[in-house]
Design a protein around this ligand. Structure first.
Ligand code: NAD
Ligand code: ZN
Length: 250
């Protein structure tokens, strides 16, 4: 691990353009469970609540589940060391962009600006009739199910449900970033969610070095990964940051 850490730090130091691709695992140390695996949300809830047809046909019931799965869990959660290190690297012009599958807003809360939200963001609600966007704040908890104040249409969290298209601009921006970076960090992403999982493949095909940070094995570990760092994201990224600072002193 020590040697791999130094190798990762050297690769990052010499890179021209670095992009991070993040999944639910980066927020685990903030206390937000992933969907799958141990302690995963789908062990407790039925994924049907994120099916668009079910959402419209069982509007009030869906909102009840969505509130407890997303808004109760996400409430008061704070960015962890992993989010902070990435924000610092962007501020130091070391990191160009973050492509995140997460909807928890923690990258932005940590201070990152160039965040491509591949699956949207739970902080916003959108009216399914007129398209008006609303900030999701405490008022959604006082209503059984929220309705648009402009047209009385039904409001949906502004993140991607099963079967929905990826937001067009986010899709284009992700592809562009993947095709221009020479190092991609894959952090806390299982690679099981499509089409997001194809973004790192694009980077690899274009010659980027792939550094994976994850305590477990993923579909990337033995396919496109060049340097695999096993461990929780906050710890591993802090260690790389320290190694980088030591390298820069030399
Ligand atoms: P995922 O692809 O996001 O995989 C989670 C990965 O995180 C696994 O590979 C696991 O080994 C890894 N992991 C666990 N603890 C970690 C840690 N401390 N540090 C680094 N990695 C760690 O798969 P999913 O959970 O099934 O999620 C499916 C989709 O739903 C994804 O798009 C995901 O981003 C989204 N989701 C988002 C949130 C959030 O916004 N925080 C939460 C749950 C799911
Ligand atoms: Zn409306």
């Amino acid at each position: 691990m020590e040697n791999k850490l130094v190798l990762a730090a050297q690769t990052i130091k010499n890179a021209k353009s670095i992009v991070a691709f993040t999944g639910a695992g980066i927020s685990v140390e903030s206390g937000i469970p992933p969907f799958r695996g141990e302690g995963g949300i789908w062990n407790t809830y039925d994924p049907i609540v994120l099916d668009l047809d079910y959402f419209f046909s069982h509007y009030t019931q869906s909102w009840e589940a969505i509130k407890s799965i997303f808004y109760d869990f996400l409430k008061d959660k704070k960015p962890n060391d992993a989010h902070h290190v990435l924000a610092k690297w962007e501020a130091n012009s070391r990191l160009d962009a973050i492509i995140t599958q997460n909807i928890d807003n923690l990258h932005k809360e940590a201070g990152s600006h160039n965040v491509i939200e591949f699956h949207g963001n739970a902080q916003r609600l959108s009216c399914t009739d007129c398209g008006q966007l609303f900030e999701a704040s405490s008022w959604i908890f006082t209503e059984k199910a929220p309705y648009c104040s402009k047209c009385d249409g039904r409001l949906k969290p502004d993140f991607v449900f099963f079967g929905e298209n990826i937001p067009h601009q986010a899709f284009l921006d992700s592809q562009k970033s993947a095709l221009t970076c020479d190092v991609m960090l894959i952090i806390g992403a299982s690679g099981e969610v499509s089409p997001a999982n194809r973004i790192p493949d694009l980077a690899k095909t274009n010659g980027a070095t792939i550094i994976e940070i994850n305590p477990g094995e993923t579909i990337y570990s033995h396919s496109i990964t060049d340097i695999s760092l096993k461990g929780p994201a906050g710890k591993v990224l802090s260690d790389i940051d320290l190694a980088l600072r030591e390298l820069e002193l030399v």
